[in-house]
Design a protein around this ligand. Structure first.
Ligand code: ADP
Ligand code: MG
Length: 238
C-alpha cells in the first residue's frame, strides 16, 4: 500500500502554472529522492506535501486520506530545511522542544524525546548552547533533531546538506543513512548532489519544469535512462 499518493497534482502562482499532472505513489518506508534543475519545483512539491503551500490542482493523500485541506500542524510529518531555520534566541534544548509545541504532551515526555533525539544525533553536550555557538554541521544536526522529536511517519528534507562543506556532507550523508536504517520511516529527500541521490535512494524521481521525467531505482535510471535529460542528470554514460 502506498503511504503517500499524488494524483494529477498541479500548482500555479498567480495563474502561472509551475507544476502539472504529477502522479506518484510513495511507499511506506522508502527513501525517495527528488532531483532536477533549480526552479523545477522540488521545494514547491515538498511544501505542498507539508501543507505549507496550497495545492492548486489534484489531490495528495497520506495513508488514503486526502490532506489537501489539512493544516500543516495536523500532518504527521516533519520537514528539514536547507537554511536550518533555528531560533537564534533559544537554546538547542528549547529549539528541539519547539518541534513539539503543537502536540499535547507532558513535560516528562517532551524531555524524554529531546534527550533521545540529542543522543541519536550526538548533540547531548550542546543542549544549553545557542545556535550562534554551533558549527554548520552541529546546526544541521539540531535541525534534524527538531524533526525527529515529533516521531513522524514521514520526513521531508529540502537540500539539508547543501550548506555544508564537502567533508561534512559525506559524514552527514552516512549519519542520515544510519538514521534511516534505525527509524525506518518514509523519507522524501531533495538534493542537487548526484552521489547523495545514487547512494541513498530507494527510488529517484527526476523532475523537469514541474513534470516527472522518470521514476526508478538508482540502478534503473543509470542503466536505462528514459532520455538524454535523465542520463545527463544521473551521470550515466551518454
Ligand atoms: P526548486 O526547489 O526545484 O528549485 P521551486 O519549487 O522553488 O524550485 O520553484 C518552482 C517554480 O515555482 C519556479 O519557477 C519558481 O520561480 C516558482 N515559485 C516558487 N515559489 C513561488 C512563489 N512564492 N511565487 C511565485 N512563484 C514561485
Ligand atoms: Mg528548492
Amino acid at each position: 500500500m502506498a503511504g503517500l499518493t499524488l494524483r494529477d497534482v498541479g500548482k500555479s502562482y498567480g495563474g502561472l502554472s509551475v507544476m502539472s499532472g504529477l502522479e506518484l505513489d510513495i511507499h511506506d518506508g522508502e527513501f525517495l529522492v527528488l532531483v532536477g534543475p533549480s526552479g523545477c519545483g522540488k521545494s514547491t512539491l515538498l511544501r505542498m506535501i507539508a501543507g505549507l503551500e496550497e495545492i492548486t490542482d489534484g489531490t495528495i493523500a497520506i495513508e488514503d486520506t486526502i490532506v489537501n485541506d489539512l493544516p500543516a500542524s495536523k500532518r504527521e510529518l516533519s520537514m528539514v530545511f536547507q537554511s536550518y531555520a533555528l531560533y537564534p534566541h533559544m537554546s538547542v534544548r528549547k529549539n528541539l522542544a519547539f518541534g513539539l509545541q503543537n502536540m499535547k504532551m507532558t513535560k516528562a515526555e517532551v524531555a524524554r524525546r529531546v534527550d533521545e533525539a540529542a543522543r541519536v544525533l550526538q548533540i547531548e553536550e550542546l543542549l544549553e548552547r545557542k545556535p550562534r555557538q554551533l558549527s554548520g554541521g552541529q546546526k544541521q544536526r539540531v535541525a534534524i533533531g527538531r524533526a525527529i522529536v515529533r516521531e513522524p511517519k514521514l520526513f521531508l528534507f529540502d537540500e539539508p546538506l547543501s550548506n555544508l562543506d564537502a567533508e561534512l556532507r559525506v559524514q552527514m550523508r552516512v549519519e542520515l543513512a544510519s538514521l534511516y536504517a534505525k527509524l525506518g520511516t518514509t523519507m522524501i529527500y531533495v538534493t542537487h548532489d548526484q552521489v547523495e541521490a545514487m547512494t541513498m535512494a530507494s527510488r529517484i524521481v527526476v523532475l523537469r519544469k514541474g513534470t516527472i521525467e522518470q521514476v526508478g531505482t538508482p540502478q534503473e535510471l543509470y542503466t536505462r535512462p528514459a532520455n538524454l535529460f535523465v542520463a545527463g542528470f544521473i551521470g550515466s554514460p551518454k
